[in-house]
Structure formats: C-alpha cells, structure tokens
Ligand binder design. Sequence first.
Ligand code: UDP
Length: 335
Amino acid sequence: MRARSYRWLHSKGVAKILVTGGAGYIGSHTRYFLEKSGHTTVVLDSLERGDARAVPAGMLRQVDLRDAAKVRQVLQEEKFDAVIHFAAYMSVGESTERPELYFINNVSGSLNLFDAMLKTGVKSLVFSSTAAAYGIPTKVPITEDLPFAPINPYGESKVMVEKILGWLDRFREFRSVRLRYFNACGAEPASGLGERHDPETHLIPLVLRAVQTGNPVKVFGDDYPTPDGTCIRDYIHVSDLAEAHIVAVEHLLKGGVSDVFNVGTGSGCSVKEVLSAVEQVTGKMVPRTIGPRREGDPPSLVADSTKLQKTLGWKPKRAELHGIVRDAWEFAQKG
Ligand code: UDP
C-alpha cells in the first residue's frame, strides 16, 4: 500500500479531491456528496458549459483542460489525493456533426490532466465513462465484459480515454475506476442542484418543459422492437450515481486496484413509461408528437451493475421512476 493511501486511512478518513467538470450536472452532485462525506473538494471547470451557480463560492478554479500549463499549475499549487474527472462534452448529436471537438476536448483534455497528475504524483482517478461505449449491445442487461463498440464520436472519445487509462495502469501505476453511466436523471432535493443543460437534449427535463410550456416533446420513434415501440433506457438517480463516485474514490484512496463498473438500476423504462410517470407526478397531460428515430439510438440499454454492488457495496437507493421524476419536477419548478 502506498504512502498516500496509508495517510488517508490513518487520518480522519478524508481526502482532498479535485473534481473536473464540477460545475456540471453529475459533477456538481458528486461534489455535494463528497463534502457531505467529509472530503475537501476543489472544482476545476471552464464554465463553457457548466453552471457557476452549481459551485459554492471560493471552490472554483476556472480552467479549461485544453490549457495544459494552467491545469499543471492547479495541480502544483494544491496537493490532491485523488481526482474525479467529469469535464467533457457529452452530446451524442453534436459529436456526429463536429467529431473533432470531442477528440480535442475529451481526449486531449484528459491527457493534459493525466500528464499533470503524473507530474505531481497524483495517481488515483475516477473517470466518467458511458454506456455509449457498448454501442448496440449484443445482450441486455449489459455486463462490463461486453466489447467496446461505440457508434458515435462521443462514445469513441470515452473509449479512447478508457484505453489510455488501461495503459497508464499497466506501466505507470496510475490507478483508475472507470464508471460507465446509464441515463442520469433527477436531482438531490436538499442541494438546490439539478439538471440544467443548454441546449437541453435529455428526455426527462424536456418532458417537464413540455408540461410547463405546452410545447410538445418529440418522441424519437415508436417503431422499435420493444413492447410499446419506444426506446428503453436505465434511468439512474443522479444522487445514486454521485454515491457510486464516493465509493469508487474511497476504494482507490484505500489502495484498491483499477476497475470498471456499470452504474445503473438494472431495470429499464420506455419513453412512453417516462411520459406516463410525468403525467402522474405533475397531474398534467404531456403534449407530444411522434417523430422519426434519432440517429444512433439503440433500442434498449439496461445495466447489469451487480459487479459494482458486489465489489464496492454500492446500491441504488432511489431507483423508482416516479421518485426520480418527482425530484426532477421539484427542481424544474424552481426555474
Ligand atoms: N428521447 C425522445 N425525445 C427527446 C429526447 C430523448 O424521445 O426529445 C428519447 C431518446 O430517443 C432515448 C431516450 O429518450 O431513447 C433517452 O434519451 P436521452 O437523450 O435523455 O439520453 P440518451 O439515452 O441519449 O443518453
């Protein structure tokens, strides 16, 4: 076991953690849960797409990961025990229009971070990966041993970083936990945080917006080979997802080995089921139109997250769809 993890275990069990992309949706929730667990955090975010309101005063270093010198400076100035790395572009559609943006930001931005970590002796990282790494999976629920088969540049950019992390583990003792997220949604009620993308592309906030504005949400295809014809996804509460990062980083801080885990609930809901849940929670009709399929949408993505549950003792506690929608609705109503 290394000196750093030894120190962590024999102090109060808390660490100083850098959260890149901590002004984003999942990053800000994870930062909130890290603080609740007693850890100290610093957020590194360019604010290009993140929201400064999601970061408490004094915690933000406004730096773009593409600026290697500034990234290195932050890591030299502060002594971190570990890094949780969210900062990335995340729109599948945009990635098919401008793939280069995704490789420059997501891949070379990550490399700048890893290089700065290596130069400053920080060798524990939790990486935000994605179910998009599997493309159209050959079996559902999806286990981590399925091959990489991304079908868009966004997924490919995450796969490339996962592979880089594999080599760094093998030859540089750089340990990482890669978490492959399914569909993050909801909001942590006590935190004041929630989902605020601009432009918004995700189903639940768009459906809630349709309820609020009366402008219909477009259902992307109802001719899929699923029971009601609409796509099935595994909707995971953002707070459950945030807690997965806490167990992952603590695993590394205790000297644990590199690993990869799916993070989902294990049960799938169709787009139509999401619309019904929104109608039940809000008491209002969801105006909708049925449109064509969206490019690159697999019919069904559901996680098998048994490995995470067995290895790190994580469990989704907020898996019920109506509860997720209720939390998202509460946040949406605050404007
Ligand atoms: N979806 C939809 N209309 C929208 C946005 C999304 O029908 O305006 C569908 C989309 O095709 C997918 C599901 O909702 O089957 C979840 O999409 P989202 O973009 O939220 O997440 P993704 O699965 O792409 O990560």
